[in-house]
Design a binder for this molecule. Sequence first.
Ligand SMILES: NC(=O)CC[C@H](N)C(=O)O
Length: 388
Amino acid sequence: MTDAVLVLEDGRTFAGQAYGARGTTLGEIVFNTGMTGYQETLTDPSYHRQIVVMTAPHIGNTGVNDDDQESARIWVAGYVVRDPARRASNWRSTRTLDDDLQEQGVVGISGIDTRALTRHLRERGVMRAGVFSGDALAGKERDELLAEVLAAPQMVGADLAGEVSTDEAYVVEALGADGEKLETPVAVVAAIDLGIKAMTPQRLAERGVRVHVLPSNASIDDVLATEPDGVFFSNGPGDPSAATHEIELLRDVLDRKIPFFGICYGNQLLGRALGYGTYKLGYGHRGVNQPVMDRITGKVEITAHNHGFAVDAPLDGESTAPHDDGRYGRVIVSHVDLNDDVVEGLQALDLPAFSVQYHPEAAAGPHDAAHLFNRFVDLMNQNQKGAA
Ligand SMILES: NC(=O)CC[C@H](N)C(=O)O
């Protein structure tokens, strides 16, 4: 039975079965290669406006629980799977994935040859697409559906952090070794929520850090009002070249020599604040097994990724940050993806600032890179001692 259709911008179509909510959804179609972690993927705000294809063929086996949410809702624009589990079975599960997709109005499609679709996206690059089911499909010709896809906005130039960020600032308290609130934190961080995943402030809190999570439109005065030892920029959706306000905010932070750590979108914004360009990858990195070389230690980490853009910085040696006649001093590309040599991290040599393109908080994925949160805490400690 065919009661749903996936239409790609280049005209290729895939027939399947309606999954989750019925209706229309439009977005950029991307694929995720993680064999686990569908719940964390669905609730990662960086997937806002993207239709996600899972290359793992069987999705929903372990149901959904309240602990693995990376935010309060599903953010993907649409969901494409091969074979949904007929029955969810896990001791932590409180409901099925299909329930969540339906309740939250997320249109999906199943029964798709996700291997063929992924190969197509690898060859042609990610592109806009639409999933149509129920009344949205009834009586419509393929050309009408394609016209809807072609009218959808492009990801290039999209400034989306404001659409996913928190409206109000909130605090995640520092935790002691006993898991209880630590009255005197080891450091205070102002974290700019560009689409932050719940596990990120948690990883800092576990290291004794109090985290003030601020909305993406926070001003430098809002940041300074938290009396931060360090500033953090999170992951998030959209094109880093469009994030004008956030890039200016970051320059204000760098000018004050406040220790800075950025993840994913935060890495791209550090790149842009320093004056480098960013560009769109053909099909991006989305999964939990990307090998990344830390060029400072020579160690390789297996890491979780979700990015479609990357920083354009010279791989070899030090370069002077291009912004404003060397005002930010020297920078090295600290991390490189071993699959394709994409820049995966930046380290400023004359400022207390570094960032990675991948996800040390994991969720889902391996914990190889969790030590980077320690590196940030050390950087803040050194800075406090230097200032004392
Ligand atoms: N997870 C992220 O922070 C993604 C960053 C950016 N939106 C990209 O696609 O590259």
